[in-house]
Ligand binder design. Structure first.
Ligand SMILES: [Zn+2]
Length: 174
């Protein structure tokens, strides 16, 4: 896959649905999108009983950017919005890395190794590491238990996207 493929709307939508499934299953307490998606994706996330919210952040150059978050838990969405809506985008402070690990369901061991040594390569198989949104720490005991959920969520997300695509591929009746 090329970079262009990864950035295609279909890939971003599949990524959003993948995050949605992981969040609906409770693997991730909350997830964040940093790109817009079409209304069917929001409909699908709400169908998974996820609570969604849109936030505005501002970059160092003063530009406003939009983020979206979703969770099974309204109080987590509210807390995230209270902490981050209309706030500047900061770099990777240790506090932020730990906070995001809590929100996004990253094991704390992986967050702590990332803070100590951000450039250590993952010792997972590349195909396994590619399923994740965090880098597994060296010899991680937690991530291998999460991997079956990530694999199953990707299968589910692909099925949901295929179903949407096949419904919309049919020629419209005239
Ligand atoms: Zn770990």
């Amino acid at each position: 896959m090329t970079v262009e493929d990864w950035l295609s709307p279909e890939c971003l939508e599949q990524d959003a649905i993948y995050l949605g499934v992981l969040t609906a299953w409770g693997v991730k307490p909350l997830s964040r999108l940093e790109y817009p998606v079409r209304p069917w994706v929001w409909a699908s996330l709400r169908h998974m009983a996820l609570v969604t919210a849109r936030l505005t952040r501002y970059a160092e150059n003063g530009a406003w950017v939009e983020h979206w978050v979703f969770s099974r838990y309204a109080h987590l969405v509210e807390r995230y919005c209270r902490q981050f809506d209309r706030q500047p985008l900061n770099g990777d402070s240790a506090c932020l890395v730990r906070l995001e690990a809590d929100y996004f369901g990253y094991p704390q061991c992986c967050a702590e190794e990332y803070l100590r040594s951000p450039d250590v390569p993952s010792d997972l198989l590349p195909a396994d590491q590619a399923l994740l949104f965090h880098r597994a720490c060296t010899g991680c005991q937690v991530t291998p238990q999460l991997l079956p959920w990530y694999r199953a969520a990707l299968v589910e997300a692909r099925a949901l996207c295929d179903r949407y695509a096949s419904r919309n591929r049919w020629p419209s009746a005239k």
